[in-house]
Design a protein around this ligand. Structure first.
Ligand code: UD1
Ligand code: UDP
Length: 358
C-alpha cells in the first residue's frame, strides 16, 4: 500500500517519526512524506528532521503563515494536486493543526482513506481552533488511532463506528522514549540548577494583550523564587514585541529562542516544574513525572490531570502562584504513566494498517 504522511507544524514531527519507522519494516507498505510548510523557521522545522532522523520530505507545499482560512485553503489547493497525482491508498494525518484538517478534507472529497493519529481528544472548547480541527478530522477519518480511553469514549459518543477506532497509545511518547537517552542539557548562560520551564503559544493566552501582560507579570514574580526559562514560540515573540513587553530581571528570567527537541527534552526532564499551554508538553511532563501547571481553562488531554502530574490553573494567576509554592514546598503528588504510553504506539499503528482492508 502506498501511504502518504502529512505534517506541517512542530508537534507533528514528533508524532510522524515513530509511525514512519514502524511502517519502514513492513514489506507491503511504501511511504512518502508531505510537509505543508505551516512551520518553516529552521528552529521550528529543520532541527526536528535532523534530531528525529526523519527523511527529507518528498513533497514540500511551502504554504507558510496566514489567517486560518488562507492557510487551510492554500494547503488544500496544493495538497489536492499531490493526491490526484499520487493516488495514495491511505493518507495519515497527525494531531490537530490546520495542516491536519486541510489534508483530511481534501482526501474525504477525493474518496481517499484517511487515518488520524491522535484521534478523539476533546477540550469541549470550540473557541480553540484546534478543537474545530479535531472534530472535522475525526468525522472524515476512516481509521482513528487514539492515545487514551477518553479518546475512544468521545468518538463513540460522536457516532464513529467502533471498529474504526483503535486505542494504540501515544506516539509522542514513542519519540520521547527513543530519544531520552540522547537528550543532553544544553549550555545556557546563567542556567540555575532549579528552574521553571515555560512555554506559551495559545492565542487565548498570547494574542490577548491584558492576558499576556498578566502572565508575564506573574512569571516575573515566580522568577524571584525559582528561575524561569522560557523558549519563546514565534507567535509569542511577535506578541511580546507588539505589546512592548520586556523582562526586567534577565538573570532570573531567561528568554530563549525555540529549542531543538533534544535540548528541550533535557531541560524538561531536569525542570523543577513546567508552566505551559502546550498539548505535547502536558503529555511529556506526565511521562517524565515533572509537575506541570497548565495555563488553560480546559484540556483535551484529561488523562494527564487524572493520572499524571498535570494541574489546570486556568487563567487564574493567584492559583498559578499558589501551585508553584505548593510544588516548591515538596508536597506535590507523584503521577503515573498512562497505559500504552510505552514507546510502542507506532508499531501498533503499523499492525492495524497492515491488516486493514481499506
Ligand atoms: C500552530 C497550531 C497549534 C499548535 C502550534 C504548535 C493551528 C491552528 N495552530 O500554532 O495548534 O499548537 O502550531 O507550535 O494549526 N511563525 C513563524 N515561523 C514559523 C511558524 C510560525 O514566525 O516557522 C509565526 C508567524 O508569525 C505566524 C505565527 O507564528 O503567523 C503563528 O503560526 P501558525 O502556524 O499559524 O500557528 P501557531 O501559533 O504556530
Ligand atoms: N518543543 C521543542 N522545543 C521547544 C518547545 C517545545 O522541541 O522550544 C517540543 C516539545 O517537547 C513537544 C512539542 O515541541 O514535543 C510540542 O509542540 P508545541 O508545544 O509547539 O505544540 P502543541 O503540542 O501545543 O500542539
Amino acid at each position: 500500500m502506498n501511504i502518504l504522511h502529512v505534517v506541517g507544524a512542530r508537534p507533528n514531527f514528533m508524532k510522524v517519526a515513530p509511525v514512519m519507522a514502524a511502517l519502514d519494516s513492513r514489506e507491503a507498505c511504501s511511504q512518502r512524506l508531505v510537509h505543508t510548510g505551516q512551520h518553516y523557521d529552521a528552529n521550528m522545522s529543520d532541527v526536528f528532521f535532523q534530531q528525529l532522523g526523519l527523511p527529507q520530505p518528498d513533497v514540500s507545499l511551502g504554504v507558510g503563515s496566514g489567517s486560518h482560512a488562507v492557510q487551510t485553503a492554500q494547503i488544500m489547493m496544493r495538497f489536492e494536486e499531490v493526491v490526484e497525482e499520487q493516488r495514495p491508498g491511505l493518507v495519515l494525518v497527525y494531531g490537530d493543526v490546520n495542516s491536519t484538517v486541510a489534508a483530511a478534507l481534501v482526501c474525504a472529497k477525493l474518496l481517499i482513506p484517511v487515518g488520524h493519529v491522535e484521534a478523539g481528544l476533546r477540550s469541549y472548547d470550540r473557541t480553540m481552533p484546534e478543537e474545530i480541527n479535531r472534530l472535522m478530522t475525526d468525522q472524515t477519518a476512516d481509521l482513528l488511532f487514539t492515545p487514551s480511553p477518553d479518546g475512544d469514549a468521545n468518538l463513540l459518543r460522536e457516532g464513529i463506528a467502533p471498529d474504526a477506532i483503535h486505542h494504540v497509545g501515544n506516539v509522542m511518547i514513542d519519540t520521547l522514549v527513543r530519544l531520552l537517552p540522547q537528550a543532553q542539557l544544553p549550555h545556557i548562560d546563567g542556567l540555575a540548577t532549579r528552574y521553571a520551564l515555560v512555554t506559551l503559544h495559545r492565542p487565548s493566552n498570547v494574542d490577548d494583550e491584558a492576558m499576556l501582560r498578566r502572565l508575564m507579570t506573574t512569571l516575573q514574580e515566580v522568577s524571584q523564587e525559582l528561575q524561569v526559562v522560557f523558549p519563546i514560540h514565534p507567535r509569542t515573540r511577535a506578541r511580546l514585541q507588539a505589546f512592548d513587553l520586556a523582562v526586567v530581571d534577565e538573570e532570573r528570567f531567561l528568554l530563549l529562542e525555540p529549542l531543538g527537541y533534544l535540548e528541550f527534552l533535557a531541560l524538561q526532564r531536569q525542570a523543577t516544574l513546567v508552566i505551559t499551554d502546550s498539548g505535547g508538553v502536558q503529555e511529556e511532563s506526565t511521562y517524565l513525572r515533572v509537575p506541570c501547571l497548565t495555563a488553560r481553562e480546559n484540556t483535551e488531554r484529561p488523562i494527564t490531570v487524572d493520572v499524571g502530574t498535570n494541574v489546570l490553573v486556568g487563567q487564574d494567576m493567584e492559583r498559578l502562584r499558589a501551585e508553584v509554592d505548593h510544588i516548591l514546598a515538596g508536597t506535590f503528588k507523584t503521577g503515573e504513566i498512562p497505559r500504552l504510553w510505552d514507546g510502542r504506539a507506532g508499531e501498533r499503528i503499523a499492525d492495524v494498517i497492515e491488516t486493514w482492508q481499506g
